[in-house]
Ligand binder design. Structure first.
Ligand code: A3P
Length: 293
C-alpha cells in the first residue's frame, strides 16, 4: 500500500486558473508576485512541469560559476539556489536577495511580475513536446508525495487531457506565455533542442544573459549538464530532496531524459485523440515540436 508511505496529504487548491498545493503555496502570497519590483539582471525560468526545469537550474548555476562544477557542491540541492518563486516564503527571500536573482516557476503569465511586460528582467521559457511531458508527469505523480498517485496510465492520460493535474493544462500554459512573448524580454527554447544540441542552446543562453565565458568554460557547462553527468551529482538530480516531498523509492527524478518515450505508453487510439486535441488547441499557434528521433 503506497499510501502508507505518505507523510503528506496536500490538497490541490484551484486559484485563478492554476492549482496550488496547500501547505506549499499560499494564494495571497502568490498574488503578491505580480507586484514585485524587477531588476534587469533578474532571470525567470518558466516551465510547464516536467519540461526541463532542473536541467536549466544546473545550466544557469554552471554559467554563473564560469563552468566551475564545484561551485554548487556545498549546497544540498540546486533548487535552494534557484528556487520556485511561488513557494511560500520565496517571495520575501527574493526581495532581499543580491543580484543576479534567478528563479524558476510553473506559473502562467498572468501571475508574474507586471514589470516583465515592460521588458524588465529576463525570461527563459522551455517548452517540451506534450506527449513526453504527459509520460514524465505520470511518473512524477507516482513519486511526488504531495500529489495523488494515479490509478494507472489511462486514468492519468484523461486527467492530463482535461488539465486536471497540478498546475494548469499544458495548452493554457504555453498559449498564455507565447501570446505575450513580444512584450517580454524572453528566450524561447525547447527541451528537444537541448537534447539534440545542448552546446548551441548553452551558447544562446549565455549570449542572452550577457555572459562572457570562453570556449573551454562553455564546454564545461555542457559537460556537467548532460543527463549522465547530472545523474552523478546528487544536488543536481534532486536525490537529496526530502522524502516528505519526493518518495525516492517510487522512482527517480532523472528518469529517462529522452525524446519519444510516449511511444512506449500511448495506445494508437490515445495518440489519435491527443493529436486531435493538439490540432484544435494549437491551431492559432504555429509551434512545431519534435515528437521522436
Ligand atoms: P523524463 O521523466 O522524461 O526522464 P522538470 O525538471 O521540469 O521536472 O523535468 C524533468 C524531466 O527532465 C525528466 O524527464 C528528466 O529526466 C529530464 N531531465 C532532467 N535533466 C536532464 C538532462 N540533463 N538531460 C535530459 N533530460 C533531463
Amino acid at each position: 500500500d503506497m499510501s502508507s508511505t505518505r507523510t503528506y496529504n496536500h490538497e490541490l487548491v484551484p486559484h485563478k486558473g492554476f492549482t496550488l498545493i496547500s501547505g506549499i503555496h499560499d494564494p495571497d502570497d502568490v498574488d503578491q508576485i505580480y507586484n514585485l519590483e524587477i531588476r534587469d539582471s533578474d532571470v525567470f525560468v518558466i516551465t510547464y512541469p516536467k519540461s526541463g526545469t532542473i536541467w536549466m537550474q544546473q545550466i544557469l548555476l554552471l554559467l554563473e560559476a564560469d563552468g566551475d562544477e564545484t561551485a554548487t557542491s556545498k549546497f544540498n540541492n540546486n533548487g535552494d539556489l534557484i528556487p520556485w518563486i511561488e513557494i511560500t516564503g520565496s517571495r520575501e527571500a527574493f526581495i532581499k536577495a543580491p543580484s543576479p536573482r534567478m528563479r524558476v516557476t510553473h506559473l502562467p503569465y498572468h501571475f508574474m511580475p507586471s514589470a516583465l511586460s515592460q521588458k524588465k528582467g529576463k525570461v527563459i521559457y522551455i517548452a517540451r513536446n506534450p506527449k513526453d511531458v504527459l509520460v514524465s508527469y505520470f511518473y512524477f505523480h507516482k513519486m511526488a508525495s504531495m500529489l495523488e498517485t494515479p490509478k494507472d496510465f489511462n486514468e492519468f492520460f484523461e486527467r492530463f487531457l482535461q488539465g486536471h493535474v497540478f498546475g494548469c493544462s499544458w495548452f493554457e500554459h504555453i498559449k498564455t506565455w507565447y501570446s505575450h512573448k513580444d512584450e517580454i524580454n524572453a528566450l524561447f527554447i525547447t527541451y528537444e533542442e537541448m537534447i539534440q544540441d545542448l552546446r548551441s542552446v548553452v551558447d544562446r543562453i549565455s549570449l542572452f544573459l550577457g555572459k562572457q565565458l570562453n570556449d573551454e568554460q562553455l564546454a564545461n557547462v555542457v559537460k556537467h549538464s548532460t543527463f549522465t553527468n547530472m545523474c552523478k551529482i546528487p544536488q543536481a538530480s534532486y536525490e537529496q530532496v526530502p522524502e516528505e516531498l519526493l518518495n525516492h523509492r517510487q522512482g527517480r527524478f532523472m528518469r529517462k531524459g529522452t525524446i519519444g518515450d510516449w511511444k512506449n505508453h500511448f495506445t494508437v487510439a490515445q495518440n489519435e485523440r491527443f493529436d486531435e486535441l493538439f490540432q484544435k488547441e494549437m491551431k492559432d499557434f504555429p509551434l512545431s515540436f519534435i515528437w521522436d528521433i
